[in-house]
Design a protein. Sequence first.
Length: 614
Amino acid sequence: MLTQLSLSIPLKDRETGFSYLSRLAARHGLSAQTFALDFGLTFRAIIDGDRLALAELATLGGVEPDALQGWSPLHADGRVHFFRGEEFHAKAIKPTTIRGCPICLKADALASDRPAAEAMAVRGHWLPLPAMLCLEHHHPLVPLWTAADPYERYDVVGQFRGIADSIISGAMDSPLREPRPYDLWLEARLTGHRTGDWLDQFSLYPAAHFCQLLGRAIYTLKVPKTRALKPEQAWIPFDLGYRFASRGEASIRKVLTELQEEAESPSAGPKKIFGDLYDRLAFDLMSEDYRPFRDLLRDHIATTWPLGPGDELMGEPVRGRRLHSILTAEKVTGIDARRLRKLLAEGGWVAPAGEGKPNAWELVDAEALEPFLASLRQKVSALDLQAALGMSRSHFELLRKDGYLAPDLDGSDHKPLWDLGAARKFITDLLTGAEPIYLPMHDWCDIPKAAQRLRISPGMIVALILDRKLARVGRYVGKDGYTSILVNLADVERHLQRPEAKGLTIELFAKTIGLKPAAAGYLVKNGHVASTIGTNPKTKEIQRYLSSADIEAFSREFVPLRALAGLMGLSWQQLRQDLLAVHAAPFAPDGRDLGAIYEWSEIENKLWCRLERT
């Protein structure tokens, strides 16, 4: 049983366990690791905040166990830690850089007769990443040292020996600043108090992180890029976001609306306007603690943006339109935006130009507006239709020849006329469920180029899209109309009936289903996928192909992740989470990782049946 040592040191207010261990060890002329081992402890246990280890350390030092444990992060499981009753990710409470207040540290040294490095203590409230300021001295928390190895990082005496002189001389001092409301809120939460604002209902770190992301979005859009944040201004996004988030949902929605209206048009997309706020909540921060903030952002965008088929919201394709702007209604009707706004204003749908919002952000319920827009749709000439759809004359004629884009009015005494709204719907139907493509690479092509390379009519490709036979259709972000529609060459080619073709090569088959060629080759070589032997027309070498029958047999037994997502009407990210939840494992014969491919039997047993159940 351990007893108090005769040679001890006092515990500083809010000092961490690893700091106290390092200082107590130095008082006995030992390193932290050696001292801990001598008394049956481990430095690792102290770093992890192990309650029993901290209690024994408190006994050795003759200090209160609760005081020592109270400001020491407790490692729970995996990357999860608890600190002051709140859950933190390891990166948020144990970053590789230790920060602190140089004025506090200077006071430690001046109040002790021990060497400065042994007197200086690391405080627990300096550890969380959202902590920005020492409220006692109004001094920003500054980086003290950085160390990837935790034993090196938390050997505070060893680290202070290298910087104690700089701290005492004032070389590490920074300009003081008054505490902001955010700083006071964070301190209140760390000391177990609630301020009564909207954020108090949520876990501390996700709430503070949301403030940072929201503040960064506000700062980035409202402040010129030439005035980028400096490291010492890292507190600004936290405080800026807190200013709005602390007041509740209405305040957050109001500032989000102001941000998006700063942009000329919503066509840039929410990622461009909201930056990391959108990107992180849509794709990275998927835990339950962040769900309220994800749901808030998703609902705000869905109810204030003119999104439609071909757009994406929080990683999922938009399948229907809820809102029209003047500009999206212009595309549907073909009526010039200025004239359309006058008509809508006369009908009481929107405010007149100059009184309401810009055309891009003047929004109307799409379902309610549809009958009115239908009455406004105008008939246009072939030339005007081609220009509106971004389509060349040759492709327009080719599509007409294949039975698409028939004129609405056709007669011998006048030129044929087209309903532009119907033509726009034709493009919209082709884009339904399309995934955004920012830079077409590999086998992605627009319809004209795909038809040319495959030597087929564009109508054949259009038919494959409308019949939902293609596994993937893309929308080229930054383009509109016909040329924004992208298809995958390999995906199209495997649906073509070409008697002279023996089938797909293994490499082309791999591209079609989204596997690496090596994985597809393994499936063929080991008999999991049937194949056909033929002669390569170029090299004259004997090689394996996958005929239509082979591919059909494969599709009866297996399904790639993205193809399954398309069948189920889900994003592949959501589907992956669902598969993990039901413990549906990818096909991995003999433990070999072949990528995101599943046996239908596994899917139907655990998640979804491809045939309707009776």
